[in-house]
Design a protein around this ligand. Sequence first.
Ligand SMILES: *[C@@H]1O[C@H](CO)[C@@H](O)[C@H](O)[C@H]1NC(C)=O
Ligand SMILES: *[C@@H]1O[C@H](CO)[C@@H](O)[C@H](O)[C@H]1NC(C)=O
Length: 376
Amino acid sequence: MTGGTRSRRVLLLLLLIGVAAPAASGVVTDGLLPNGDFEQGPDASQMNGTRVMSPNSIPHWEISGFVEYIVSGQKQDDMILPVPEGARAVRLGNDATIRQLLSVTRKKTYSITFSAARTCAQAEKLNVSVGPESGVLPIQTVYTSSGWDSYSYAFRARHSTVWLTIHNPGVEEDPACGPLIDFIAINTLNPPRREKGNILRNGDFEEGPFIFPDTAWGALVPPLDEDDVSPLPGWMVMSDTKVVKYVDAAHHAVPQGARAVELVAGREAALLQEVPTTPGRWYRLSFSVGDAGNGCAAPLAVEAYAGRATARVQYESRGMGGSRRASLEFAAAANPTRVVFQSYNHHMKPDGTLCGPVLDDVALVSVRRRARRLLL
Ligand SMILES: *[C@@H]1O[C@H](CO)[C@@H](O)[C@H](O)[C@H]1NC(C)=O
Ligand SMILES: *[C@@H]1O[C@H](CO)[C@@H](O)[C@H](O)[C@H]1NC(C)=O
């Protein structure tokens, strides 16, 4: 019996066990996926150099195409691949795919977070898919000085078992060229809540993608198409290739609660939500603008748009955390109204990575116009 046949049989057995005893093996739990850090690797006999030759040789994963298994310290040409000390990762070369079968709860919404690092110069992309849904994540911009960024992707489960697939659609001269992938995690997303009186959903950003507790760089929320499931419930990112950064209070200054959003891409990315409004009625949009306490010392500003109203809210950041409240009143011109936020400018930290204002606690309430008249 060849190694390939044996491992295929083992996989088949695992699949059968998974199907026969879903209660025992259970639905996937929030956090790292089984071997989501690739610490379990292939046998030497299943590799040629760094290339993984057998589709089932990385435990819990199935691969195809040019996939390499990289341990820290390994080089490409003269460049050391940026795998953290003691860690292991996979590298997705030309047309390479890794996938894992997940047990999930039907109709629930999940978010996937994974870390990726570019290793080649060209515009790299990753196609993440779950069942029939897929999204192409642009990864050419690097947002950390380590080179590793965590990306998020969300899906609504149509079935109780789904394949999560990460594919590098690139076709480069050097077949090994492609991003490193490590730390793949999942979390359940609860339906976006509306706080009492707040017409916006998830205005405090407390619901969102998984952030690895050991990483200091949050999770990036990529641009989405209109009908995609958002990893940041209620909210959508509009951009060609840029993202917003979802940050945690453990590693950042967050105006309130445990999570907030850092607008890291200037006017190249907009964070927006569509809210139900009554044309002609007055509303007040209020929000916190601050800095993440990550050294982004600059005159920051957030631009907010709602209906035909706009506001530019300045915030003088010393890069040490802090925030202020701001608000904008407007008469709805339509139903729904798009509420949009973006950073007025691009900013950089001393290490050369992009940063920007932090946004938190966004609330939209209906206000009586008479009260406003009395003020005038
Ligand atoms: C291993 O890779 C080298 C270089 O690409 C190739 O020449 C060789 O034939 C490969 N060996 C096997 C057993 O596939
Ligand atoms: C991404 O992958 C999915 C599933 O394999 C595929 O249907 C889709 O066409 C791919 N998209 C792109 C842009 O390659």
